[in-house]
Design a protein around this ligand. Sequence first.
Ligand code: SF4
Length: 309
Amino acid sequence: MKCKKCNNGVLINDLCNDHFIEYFENIVKKTIKEYNLIEKDDKIIVATSGGKDSITILYLLNKFYNNVEALCIDEGIKGYRSKTLLTLKQFCKEYNIKLNVYSYKKEFGHSLDYFMDLISKYNKIKKLNIKPCTICGIFRRYMINKYSTGFDKSATGHNLDDESQAILMNLLKNQIPILARFGPLTGISNENLFVPRIKPLYFLSEKEILTYSYLKKFDLFYTECPYVPQAFRAEVRDNLNEISKSKTNEIKLNIVNNFLEISKKLKSKYKDTIQINYCTICNIATNKKICNKCELIEKINMVKKECKL
Ligand code: SF4
């Protein structure tokens, strides 16, 4: 089979290696342009884990723009984060990108593994249903906001698979006001409270990113976080992959495109329901009395006390 643009052999999507790279980079540029994600002189920080998605977006934004730095949050996940962090350090050195690393241990006193050990001890006495991804999500979001201050945009490597899963998860959990905030550009930029988050890989699938990172010969550590099987996302991901297995990207694109079609209406409907307050404990902007991070720290402190730690 020949590439649809030249006579070379096909690799993926009816394209040869070179034309696939061109197609991939054009989709990223088109997403940035169509959704107004980046201004020419923007100072960009890329939240990266050292995995293929965030390395790919770090590489591309550094290729297209002048003012790009990397941010890595080390949650402290044994046998996983230390390896991806090593990959990231090597990558940033090779491409001369400033890397900023912050850890849960320094920020919150302990690693994610420690918090999960603590909660599993507590669960032997009483029940506290906190999943690793809940802790990880709340603490990481807080730290990304905190350490993105001073930048114009904070970019992530979220892809078509992540976004179609997240849309379904919020529908299944009846969390429409949360869903209303989704899209290639998120954050309350006009109030200057959070650095706007951008997702330039929004329309590219996991498989396409894997192919691109392989063709670009990025030296990556291909593995999954050991906590993934405990996540609701894993269930949604496996079911969605099963449904879409013979349709390449069609089903996932249908989910995100249909969502984007109604997202303006959702945003305007739920705009006034987002009340910005300041956390009574740490004073950061939140839509509640106490922010999610402080609420979680209070729960952890209660667990520590009851476990006599
Ligand atoms: Fe954190 Fe969950 Fe992702 Fe692991 S899978 S890095 S615990 S959010």
